[in-house]
Design a protein around this ligand. Structure first.
Ligand code: SN0
Length: 315
C-alpha cells in the first residue's frame, strides 16, 4: 500500500480486516518490520484514540514515533497558493509537508474540515498537499471528508461481534450542540458499501450525506423504521452536507435510547467516541451490555497496525 487516504486505497477490504485480526492475535509478531523507520503523527485538531492507538500500533511494529500538534504548537500554516504571506500565517504547507517528510518514513495526518466552504473542504486540500509535497506515504487520521482508520476498526468490530452472516447495520444521525464533520459518517458509509451487510442510514430531512459516499445505501428519515430488526446501531452526529455545515435539527427523538433499542434485534451500540452522553446516547444504552464502544476503540490499534504494516511492506 502506498498511502491510506480512503477506501480507494484498499483493493481487498476482507484481506485488510483479516490482517487486523492477525495483528490483534499477534501484536508483536512483526516487531522487526518497522525497525529504524520513523512515523510522524501530525494533528491539526484534538485526538485521544487516534493518537494513542496509532502510536501503539507503530511501537508494536518496532517503529519510532514523533507526534506534533500543529494547532497552538506549530507555526500557523498557509494552505492556499500564491498568497502574499504578510498576515498571521508564518509557514506554507508546501515547506511544512516537505520538512516533515524529510524526517519521517510515513506520516499520519489529521485535518478537519472548515465546515464553511463545501467545495474547498471536499477537495481535501490539506491532506492532498501533504501527499504532493511530503514525498512519503500518508495515512489519513481523519481528513475533511473521511476517517478510514476508524472505518477499518468498525468493520473489524462488526466482523468479530456479528451473530448472523449478513447483519443489519444502521448508521443513525444523532443530535449534537456543535457542528461536526461528515467524515466519520461518509467513511463508514463507503466502507459499508464494500461489505455485503444490510446497510441503512437514518437521518432527519436535510442531513442526507453526499451520494459520493453513500452510493446506493438505503436512506430513511424515520428512526423507528431504521431500528426495527437492526443488529448494530452506529450513532454519529454530523452537520448538514446539503446546507453545508449547519445544524438543522436538535430533535431529541434521534438520541439513541432504550425505547428504540428495544425495536432492534438486540443490537449492539457503536460510536467512534468521543460521545456526548444523554445528547447522542442515553446513559442506559452506553452503560449496558449492548454497548461495544470500548471494544471498538480498542480495535483502533489493530486497524492502524494493519495499515502501517501494509505500507511498511511497500516501502
Ligand atoms: C470529531 C468528528 O469528526 O465528529 C472526531 C470524531 C472521531 N468529533 C468531535 O469533534 C466531537 C467534538 C465534541 O464537541 O463533542
Amino acid at each position: 500500500m502506498k498511502k491510506f487516504l480512503n477506501i480507494h486505497d484498499v483493493d481487498d477490504v476482507n484481506a485488510l480486516v483479516r490482517e487486523a485480526m492477525y495483528c490483534k492475535k499477534n501484536p508483536r509478531a512483526d516487531h522487526e518490520l518497522g525497525k529504524n523507520k520513523m512515523l510522524g503523527l501530525i494533528f491539526m485538531n484534538p485526538s485521544l484514540r487516534t493518537r494513542l492507538s496509532t502510536q501503539k500500533a507503530a511501537i508494536n511494529l518496532g517503529m519510532d514515533v514523533m507526534v506534533m500538534n500543529f494547532s497552538g504548537e506549530g507555526w500557523a500554516l498557509e494552505t492556499q497558493e500564491g498568497v502574499i504571506m504578510n498576515g498571521d500565517k508564518a509557514e506554507h504547507i508546501k515547506e511544512a509537508a516537505a520538512v516533515v517528510g524529510a524526517y519521517c518514513d510515513i506520516i499520519g495526518l489529521r485535518s478537519f474540515p472548515s465546515l464553511k466552504n463545501r467545495e474547498l473542504d471536499y477537495k481535501d486540500h490539506v491532506i492532498n498537499e501533504f501527499v504532493k509535497y511530503a514525498g512519503v506515504p500518508i495515512v489519513s487520521l481523519e481528513s475533511a471528508t473521511v476517517h478510514p482508520c476508524q472505518s477499518l476498526a468498525d468493520v473489524l468490530t462488526i466482523e468479530e461481534t456479528k451473530q448472523v452472516e449478513r447483519p443489519k447495520v444502521v448508521l443513525t444521525w444523532a443530535p449534537h450542540l456543535r457542528a461536526l464533520p461528515q467524515s466519520v459518517a461518509n467513511s463508514f458509509a463507503e466502507w459499508m458499501n464494500r461489505t455485503n451487510y444490510d446497510f441503512v442510514i437514518a437521518n432527519p430531512e436535510g442531513y442526507d450525506l453526499s451520494k459520493e459516499y453513500t452510493g446506493n445505501a438505503k436512506i430513511v428519515h424515520d428512526p423507528d423504521e431504521a431500528y426495527r430488526g437492526a443488529d448494530f446501531i452506529y450513532a454519529k452526529n454530523w452537520s448538514s452536507y446539503q446546507q453545508y455545515g449547519q445544524i438543522l435539527s436538535s430533535d431529541a427523538n434521534w438520541m439513541v435510547d432504550e425505547r428504540k433499542m428495544k425495536l432492534t434485534n438486540q443490537a449492539k451500540f457503536m460510536h467512534c467516541l468521543p460521545v456526548r452522553r444523554n445528547v447522542v446516547v442515553g446513559d442506559a444504552v452506553i452503560d449496558s451490555e449492548s454497548s461495544i464502544v470500548i471494544q471498538q476503540a480498542g480495535n483502533r490499534e489493530f486497524a492502524a497496525q494493519a495499515v502501517l504494516k501494509r505500507i511498511l511492506i511497500g516501502i
